[in-house]
Design a protein around this ligand. Sequence first.
Ligand code: HPA
Ligand code: ZN
Length: 330
Amino acid sequence: MSYATLPKAELHMHIEGSFEPELMFNIAERNGIALPYDSVEALKAKYDFNNLQDFLDIYYQGCAVLLNEQDFYDLAWAYLLKAKEDHIVHTEIFFDPQSHTDRGITFDTVINGFYRAFKDGEAQLGITFRIIACFLRHLPEQAGFDIYPDILRHKDKIIGVGLDSSEVGHPPEKYQRLFQQAKKDGFKIVAHAGEEGPAEYIWQAIDLLEVDRIDHGNRCLDDEKLVQTIVDKGLALTVCPLSNLKLCVVDELKNHPIKAMLAKDLKATINSDDPAYFGGYINDNFRQLKQAVGLSDTEVKQLIINSFEASFLSKQEIDKHLKNVNDQAD
Ligand code: HPA
Ligand code: ZN
């Protein structure tokens, strides 16, 4: 049994974080935008981060070359080809509308480009998808309310809302009213919590935002009562090992807490987060993590089963995928 060829779902991937430098230079050139780097190599040399903010500064800069619907299409299509190689059969992706609308790009340009690519991916590559719109938590809650009508207008394409960007200093409680509205309107709710921020932010994501899933969640391990609550509620964690390494959430991959999470019955999943920036797509995450911490076949299989169980697919679709995993894992 190999993680590499088993069908799997990805639940934590920022589509703007799959922007490979080569494609970035390509799109910058066709849009007549000068990147502040001479070459792909010079850009890649900047991918040495000490924390989340170091990364976000580079990530938002990369977003700035995306102008036209076709740019968003091309970005998503490039990810889908990587996903296919890694045997991803279902993906639930994030996008950051405010990182584009704040530059004068219309919401419709962004969502229509992404959506068309994912519909083509479904038809041509057999990869199903869900789209989650994230609010940038470094901006005021009101900025989220300002963009919210666009998200609601595209509810046929967007399954849920999330919360990302700079975590520390921007606790979930700051967004409680916005997420209450989204919940009332029938959106699924997720939030990045406990990546750099404390366990308290995870409590808030659960109690105040009423999340359906926790993105990252590493810091729950600091609080036994919180771990028990997450297990009891059956909430999944979308864990991102190479991201954790590159953003110094863990000092070395061999110290990654994935085995401890599974041992505590936390429904952990493996995800690539921002693969173009963190050195690998989902199978790279499995490969390097397995090598570093020595995952057993049982643990690998559990992580893959969790990826489907924690997805926003129907019970019937989940069961179909689990049967395929079981058939191929034996
Ligand atoms: N963490 C928080 N916000 C983000 C990330 C991340 O890894 N990627 C894009 N926005
Ligand atoms: Zn993330």
